[in-house]
Design a protein around this ligand. Structure first.
Ligand code: ATR
Length: 287
């Protein structure tokens, strides 16, 4: 679709950004709704982040999505933000308002929550969940699991101290009991878990996955991987082989994009099976 001189502009800022599916997703929605707009990938080094943000605002961008490694840095630039961003200390969407202010949103948290709800068909009703990882992505995951009603969230991380600092940082905002553990605690931590969410960067394209034996999980457990490249991670393949319910990273990606698209272009898009198919195709073509 061609665009006019009045096109609404937005994009995704990351380093690297070539792996992002956000341009494919937003471009799909722009075409679906016949919107005069564009959404572009913006590779930006950490040291250039502030300069580029200023430039994009001056060039009339409506806002940008923010991905690794800028999510925490972006939080420092906002004049106001939503509760999820405040609790996570990170934003993944920046909205540039006409009065010069910048609003920060964390749509990762509601995005993961919606994706989990889609598959689980409800909340966790006080059950225990295991979260693998204690980095940036895990912050939103703790908040999503908490808002889904987890009774206990066991945060397992290679570096146990990082799990402890994440747990103490988020404990005031969480209703669930947050238990920091090491990856070696997996056998005991997984035994009665209703849900496992993988949020480490191990297993992304080109890196070896965590080596976890899933035989300790109850047969009713669900396993979610927030990595979407590759879509069928080793962890999800192992879970499927055991007959467990699985939730891949595309669900979170699509759901987190809904609020962003609305903020940038003024229309609320839908998460559909056609969109999923288009993104699977984009992934297969080497995104
Ligand atoms: P992100 O923002 O994607 O979460 P991050 O903040 O760098 O990125 O966090 C990466 C997470 O993946 C951390 O939990 C990290 O564990 P450590 O804190 O122990 O470093 C985890 N991680 C990365 N590679 C890993 C590996 N090979 N084995 C286990 N955990 C790994």
């Amino acid at each position: 679709m061609s665009i006019s001189g009045k096109a609404k502009l937005a994009g995704v800022v990351g380093w690297p950004v070539a792996q992002s599916l956000s341009p494919a997703m937003h471009t799909y929605w722009l075409a679906e709704h016949g919107i005069d707009g564009a959404y572009v990938p913006l590779p930006v080094r950490p040291e250039d982040f502030a300069t580029v943000l200023r430039g994009l605002r001056l060039a009339g961008f409506r806002g940008v999505s923010v991905t690794v490694p800028h999510k925490e840095a972006a939080f420092a630039f906002v004049h106001r933000c939503d509760d999820a961003a405040r609790a996570a200390g990170a934003v993944n969407q920046l909205v540039f308002h006409a009065d010069g202010t910048i609003e920060g949103l964390n749509t990762d948290m509601p995005g993961l929550r919606a994706s989990l709800e889609d598959t689980l068909g409800g909340g966790l009703n006080g059950a225990a969940a295991v979260l693998l990882g204690a980095g940036g992505a895990s912050r939103a995951a703790v908040l999503a699991l908490d808002s889904l009603g987890a009774g206990e969230i066991r945060i397992l991380n290679r570096n146990r101290e990082r799990a402890a600092s994440l747990a103490s940082a988020l404990a005031p905002a969480a209703k669930a009991r947050l238990v920091p553990l090491g990856l070696t605690d997996w056998p005991a931590a997984s035994r009665d878990a209703a849900l496992v969410v993988h949020a480490t960067s191990a297993g992304m394209k080109g890196t070896p996955p965590l080596d976890l034996a899933l035989d300790t999980l109850p047969g009713t457990a669900a396993v979610c991987d927030i990595v979407y490249n590759p879509l069928q991670t080793e962890l999800l393949m192992r879970a499927k082989a055991r007959g467990l319910m699985t939730i891949d990273g595309l669900g979170m990606l699509m759901h987190q994009g809904v609020a962003a698209f609305h903020a940038f272009y003024g229309t609320e898009p839908k998460v559909t099976s056609e969109l999923r198919k288009a993104l699977e195709k984009a992934l297969a073509h080497g995104s």
